[in-house]
Design a protein. Structure first.
Length: 85
């Protein structure tokens, strides 16, 4: 079993990408792009309660009847069916 499948929905793995604590190693170009995207979503959500904005992939609200999870994988960024709870 891989570490990712054991971890599930872990918390705080995103912190280094948000610049809230120093990373042990500098971010790669791809990691910095992810950090910039994540920071945009977080900032818009903190400011207005809405993560969506110009140039960002739409992040739909979570709804129990048809739950979606946002993926920020390298490409494409999209909402996908949420894993079973």
């Amino acid at each position: 079993m891989s570490r990712a499948s054991r971890t599930g929905a872990a918390h705080a793995f995103e912190v280094p990408y948000l610049g809230l604590m120093s990373a042990r190693q500098p971010l790669t170009g791809a990691q910095q792009a992810l950090a910039d995207e994540m920071t945009g979503y977080w900032t818009r959500f903190a400011r207005a309660g809405e993560p969506n904005g110009a140039g960002a992939a739409r992040w739909p609200a979570y709804r129990d009847p048809s739950p979606l999870a946002q993926t920020l994988a390298p490409a494409p960024v999209a909402s996908t069916p949420s894993p079973q709870r």
